[in-house]
Design a protein. Sequence first.
Length: 192
Amino acid sequence: MINGKKAQAKRRVEKAESRITATLYRSGMLEPGNADIPLPRYPAPLARRLQQICASLFAEALADSGIVQLEFATIRIVAEMPGIEQWRLADSIGIDRNNASLVTDLLERKGLIERRVNHADRRARQLYLTRKGKLTFETLLPKIREANARILSPLPPRDQTLFLDLLVRLVEGNSAHARPGAGRRKRGSDLG
């Protein structure tokens, strides 16, 4: 009798799971082949999941280099735009100016970046890679390119280009909302 009731309960659960899964497929919230973990078909949670994937692959690419993703982004910008001012660096990476200063300080202590006084505005500092910084960039760039290729690898080449074009359009179209720290709780604020 007990085994019969357990079997009936199990069938009811399976039937309910089947109805839920069918509803998720119809609503577009579940893709075929992903029955275990439904991916929501909304931009914010998908963007967050993609960011997790990107961060993981970049951490793997940068492993044992002593450089983290934000530091590499800084090195890349300075390599591509020698003499960039620190505030422009912050804007191009999407971090606040205080954090840009902290990252620049750290990279300067590591001997990868040097700051020079801007002769047009002596208060401003221009950033340049040192010889060690250039070598670090040249060493890590192929690994970063490979990580980016791995991120896009599930898509055929034509779709990779389209995907990047669409991401650029989304970022540019929503640039008014791209503020460093936007949407985060302030330190020490209540959870409730």
